[in-house]
Design a protein around this ligand. Structure first.
Ligand SMILES: C[S@@+](CC[C@H](N)C(=O)[O-])C[C@H]1O[C@@H](n2cnc3c(N)ncnc32)[C@H](O)[C@@H]1O
Length: 437
């Protein structure tokens, strides 16, 4: 698959150059060897300080144009967001202690051999994925039977047999408006993890876009709602979260038997289908333990910038809920989108729930900007589902403020469903559902 890179290079005095290429290794080599006449040669621009990857050439070109049009301070903020010390990323490719794959790029010639595949940077910028096994959870719960997330203590309950494993009255949604006034509480589902999505959302996505035996990824798994739904519906799942305490809670929510409670006559009422659930401590921007094109469905629910700060008590490296700047948050979500695109099988779906906020009494869209980042990564927009929010306080103080200060209370989120085009698919029929930038 072709990949296009928008990159920023800097001189040691801080002059910046923005470019686009389909071969970052070669391009950087050319700049460094002064094989490209012009700006970079004149100003001694030789350090690679930032890059983004996309599968779509048009979005790469328009992104280059966009960044080129920014003031220097804005470009610097973008670089800072990923590479705060402006280290030369090429030096890291050549560091054998941090470069996992030392093989030269196919077709490399002469001096180019010393520059390795840019993909290896992923593993250097963010922590690598680490498998969390059941023993780690057993040890944790033996010592500390609770976690604190966003100031709220949540008790871990250990092994238990839920009263009922499946919902009584579930029906699959058929429109683009989803509203669940009562959050599902079957199996081990609970609302206690701040901002977790309703099991009805996860179940709808899983049933519509995957088959039993498929592998579903939730790389911002939180308290494990998606993972529990995968177990209940016979899907394999990979759960990742940057916050280890969230993973302990997810393990706890998965700690139930695969047979439901015997009924009054003593016979088993239900045996769940087989499913394998694997949990990793890691960063959604670097899914290094997951192979390219290996996932059947992505169903995930990132933070909405810093609206809920998941790691308020103990700082967690890489937690995107610490990012207040919307521009920076979206820049990080571009990396998440790139990884989603890489790991998903062609012609499969990626569902992501995003909300917006309000600052200075004006509407601040986050969801549409994140949607753009996913389209720029090469996805097609299959659905934009409006999900009604039922936890908004619509009476009393907030209702009075809404009237008195002239602003409306936000009561919806966007559930975007993206499709990765099939191999060699002619995407022209969907051009109005693709990146327009
Ligand atoms: C909205 S919550 C997910 C809740 C989940 N859907 C549930 O039902 O429990 C967002 C999660 O993203 C995690 N997160 C934040 N930054 C992350 C990153 N860079 N990589 C992986 N997870 C991250 C947070 O720790 C939090 O658990």
């Amino acid at each position: 698959m072709e990949q296009y890179y928008v990159y920023i290079m800097a001189s040691y005095r801080g002059t910046l150059y923005v470019g686009v290429t389909d071969d970052l290794t070669r391009r950087v080599y050319e700049h460094r060897q002064k094989l490209v006449q012009g700006f970079t040669t004149k100003y001694n621009i030789s350090k690679l300080v930032y890059f983004e990857v996309t599968a779509d050439v048009a979005s790469a070109i328009s992104r280059e144009k966009e960044i080129k049009g920014w003031r220097r301070s804005k470009k610097a903020t973008l670089i800072d967001s990923l590479n705060p010390y402006w280290v030369d990323l090429v030096e890291r490719w050549n560091d054998p202690s941090t470069t996992p794959d030392p093989s030269p790029r196919p077709g490399a010639q002469g001096d180019r051999k010393e520059i390795k595949e840019p993909q290896t940077i992923y593993a250097l910028r963010f922590s690598p994925m680490t498998l969390i096994n059941k023993q780690a959870y057993e040890d944790f719960i033996a010592e500390l039977p609770s976690v604190v997330i966003e100031g709220k203590r949540i008790k871990l309950l250990g092994y238990r047999r839920p009263r009922r494993l499946q919902p009584d009255d579930f029906r699959t949604e058929t429109t683009t408006l989803w509203s669940f006034p009562k959050r599902g509480n079957w199996a081990t589902h609970k609302a206690s993890y701040r901002g977790n999505w309703a099991p009805q959302i996860a179940r709808n996505i899983i049933l519509r876009y995957s088959q039993p035996g498929d592998t579903v990824l939730d790389q911002m798994a939180g308290g494990g709602t998606t993972l529990v739904e995968c177990r209940l519906t016979g899907r394999n799942a990979i759960g990742v979260d940057v916050n280890r305490d969230a993973l302990m809670l997810a393990f706890d929510r998965l700690n139930f038997p695969v047979v439901s409670q015997p009924n009054l006559s003593g016979s088993l009422t239900e045996q769940l289908p087989e499913s394998r659930i694997t949990l990793y401590h890691g960063d959604a921007r670097n899914l290094d333990a997951i192979q390219d094109a290996s996932i059947d469905l992505i169903a995930t629910h990132p933070p909405y910038a810093n609206i809920i700060r998941y790691s308020q008590e103990a700082p967690v490296d890489g937690d995107l809920s610490k990012v207040r700047s919307i521009a920076e948050f979206v820049a990080q979500m571009r990396l998440v989108a790139g990884e989603c695109y890489r790991v998903l099988k062609p012609d499969r779906y990626c569902a992501i729930l995003m909300g917006d906020t309000r600052r200075s009494r004006h509407y601040t869209p986050i969801a549409f900007r994140v949607m753009q980042a996913f389209l720029d990564a090469g996805f097609l927009l299959k659905e934009d589902i409006i999900k009604a929010q039922w936890n908004t306080q619509t009476e009393g103080l907030w209702a009075n403020l809404s009237r008195g200060k002239n602003f409306l209370l936000i009561m919806h989120e966007h559930l975007f469903v993206f499709r990765k085009p099939a191999q060699d698919e002619d995407t022209r029929p969907y051009r109005e559902s693709m990146s327009w930038r």
